[in-house]
Each structure stands twice: as C-alpha cells, then as structure tokens.
Design a protein around this ligand. Structure first.
Ligand code: FEO
Length: 399
C-alpha cells in the first residue's frame, strides 16, 4: 500500500511488525522495523531503494498496483545492504535495463551481493539527475554512514532528503510521520539505533552534518530507510545526531555483571550503593548481562560517563555474556568513557584482569584497580564494595 508523503512522492515500503532481530542476531528490534522505499512520479518515475528479500514478491506486487513497472525510469540505490537492495534481483528480472544510480562503492557491493550485470550508473557528490517539472535529485555521498557505499539524495522543489540508514530507527508504525507517534518510543529507538550502529562513525557523522548544513538546502522532510519520516521540525534529528556524535554523555554510570552464585551480583549491588551514597544525583543503572538485552545495555553504555563490568572467574576466563558484550563494546569504539572491573574468584583471579584489559583495548580509561573477592563476599568485603563505589565517583569527578 502506498502512502502519500508530499505532492508526487509516496512511501511504497514494507512494515515488518514481526521483526525481533536484525543483522542476524546482532540487533534486537522489539518494536519491529520498516524497509522504506519511495516512489517519485514526476515526468520521470523514480524508485528510491527497495526492501529486504523475503518481502520482495509482496513489494513488487504492491508496486505494480501503483505504477506500470516498465514506466520506472530510474532506480536509486542509496545503499547496497540487503535490507534495502533485496528486492532488486526480482525487480530487475522484470525491468532489466532500467538504470540504477549508486556510488562507485555500491557498484562493487551490489555486484558482490548479487553477481548481476545490471545497468549501474555511478554518481558522486553534487551530481544531479533531472526528473522533470523543474525538479532534480542531488546526490550526496555518505561513506561509512554506515557502509562505504552509503549515500543520500535530495529532491529539489519538494525539499526532501532521502537519508537511507542515517536518522532511521528500527521502529514499526503505520503512522508514517514523526509527529504522529509516541515521542518516547521514537527517541528510544533513534538513540538505540545511533548507539548500536553509528557510534563508530561519529566523526564522519559530524563532518557530514556540517557539510549538509553548509549546502544551505531547505529541508521539509527527512526520509530515512527505517522507521518514521521526520516531517515536524525535521532537523531536530540532525541536531540530536550532532549531539550524539560529539562524545555524548549523560550524568550516568552503568554497572554490568554476570554471576554464578550471586557473589559478583552482590559486589555489583554494593558498588551501586556506594555510588549512590557519594552522589545520589548520578543515574546509576545495574544490568545482568546474561538476562538483559545486549543492545539496551550498549545504549546505556553510550549514555554513560563511566561503566563498571564484573564477572566471576570461570575456566580461567570470564563468563560468556560478558565476553560477548566486551566484543561489541570494542567494535563500537566509544570515546571519552571511564571504567573499572570487579568479580569473584575461587582459586585463581583471572576475570577482573581480563575485563580490565578488554576495557583498555576498547579505549576506556581505567579509574580504579580491579575489585576482586576470593569466594563469596563477607560483611567486611561488602563494606569494601561500598567504599569502592564511593571512591570510583571521586576518581570520576577528579579526572
Ligand atoms: Fe538498513 Fe545498512 O541497512
């Protein structure tokens, strides 16, 4: 079903209410997602992006009710990741000669994914494609936001920025526009998306935002490839991105642990107590990594000034949930954050040192020596945990 955005611009994508995991099992999508595809019907008919392959037939059948597919003059592939290019093979079987406009890197990734000899036309920033009625599409390369092949395009006359993944959210809604949905849900998904996907590319986000602002283009709509369209005050999400890209922090500390017999949990809870005693204005949050959603935890780390991670020593190493989380943390390249480690052990303390070294490798500044407890914490050790939490805050303020 198409939905009108403005004048001759329509949404023709797919709402995936059922989606619960994305990028394999790397990203939880509790509110589903959407694959946004856009159809512009001016003197020339243009299709911007498609949908994920499992919805290919449905997408093409719907599209065929909106336009004779053979009358599509141009296809724009803003990004070759399969959630946006997945319907191209089936579509190109029907309209094999239709030109697909994309970046040079997208040419490589489209060929790499599909091994087809499509009519690919490469563009560079500033290139323009007239589509009739005085309107044109202006292309803006956006490498590493979040793939080398990513690009935006801008529709003159209607003042619409098609930003692909940037400014998107894994958030399914039939309401289509930002002003119609629950704002808490929208911004929870927008920051989760930024934290989990765009954090490593923050410097490029800043550069790209400055470049777009420098173009001085009027922007009435920002149409991302996932989630709702920014219609009311569309630049509010650009302002948020500028803030998130600039070593974003809230007045927050996040404590994360895994535990076998609740010893490491007890340390975590008493560290939280100490943090609270020292400064109860800090929003301190506590997560068991084994029982909480990893992407929610990563979003909380993104929002934090500092984190503490704990695990008991097991098999001369650390627990599985903490090891997995540490790998994700390393990849996201958080900046300007502080950390420390803690945990229980029986006969050989390995976990706290392992976590500390993982945190250093991930770019965190270590504020305190690891807090290790042989066997279970007793009353004396509990006091030590509280003091550790208090001192961690003092160290954080001082540094
Ligand atoms: Fe939504 Fe990078 O694909």
């Amino acid at each position: 079903m198409k939905k009108l955005i403005k004048n001759n611009v329509h949404w023709v994508g797919k709402n995936d209410w059922e989606l619960r995991q994305f990028h394999g099992y790397e990203y939880s999508t509790d509110r589903g997602s959407t694959y946004n595809s856009y159809l512009i019907k001016e003197e020339k008919n243009v299709l911007i992006d498609t949908v994920y392959q499992p919805f290919s037939s449905e997408f093409i059948a719907n599209l065929a009710t909106e336009i004779d597919l053979k009358k599509i003059d141009f296809i724009i592939a803003n990004h070759a990741e399969p959630d946006h290019s997945g319907a191209l093979p089936e579509l190109m079987d029907i309209i094999p000669n239709t030109p697909i406009y994309c970046t040079q890197n997208a040419l490589k990734s489209l060929k790499g994914h599909y091994h087809k000899d499509w009519n690919l036309k490469t563009i560079k920033t500033g290139d323009k494609l007239p589509i009739g009625n005085g309107k044109e599409l202006v292309f803006i390369q956006a490498p590493m936001l979040h793939w080398p092949d990513s690009m935006f395009c801008y529709l003159t006359g209607d003042n619409i920025l098609f930003s692909n993944d940037a400014f998107g959210q894994h958030f399914c809604s039939e309401l289509l526009f930002n002003d119609l949905v629950d704002q808490h849900e929208l911004f929870s998904e927008a920051i989760k998306y930024y934290a989990n996907i765009l954090t490593p590319f923050s410097r490029k986000v800043t550069t790209k935002i400055n470049e777009i602002i420098g173009l001085n283009l009027p922007v009435d709509y920002i149409c991302p490839s996932h989630g709702v369209i920014w219609r009311e005050n569309p630049l509010q999400i650009v302002t948020k991105y500028a803030e998130w890209a600039n070593n974003y922090q809230e007045h927050q500390i996040t404590v994360i642990y895994d535990t076998m017999y609740n010893g490491t949990r007890s340390i975590a809870e008493n560290i939280v107590k100490g943090i609270n005693i020292e400064d109860n204005s800090i929003n301190v949050k506590l997560y068991n990594a084994a029982t909480n959603d990893k992407n929610e935890i990563l979003t909380e780390i993104f929002k934090s000034k500092a984190i503490l991670i704990g695990s008991p020593t097991v098999n001369n190493g650390i627990m599985y949930s903490i090891a997995g989380l540490a790998e994700l943390v390393k990849g996201l390249k958080f900046k300007n954050k502080k950390a420390a480690s803690f945990g229980c052990y029986g006969w050989h303390d390995v976990a706290t040192k392992t976590i500390e070294s993982m945190l250093r490798e991930a770019g965190f500044e270590i504020l305190s020596e690891p807090l290790s407890c042989k066997w279970e914490p007793d009353e004396e050790f509990i006091k030590k945990c509280i003091e550790f939490g208090k001192q961690f805050v003092v160290n954080l303020i001082e540094c």
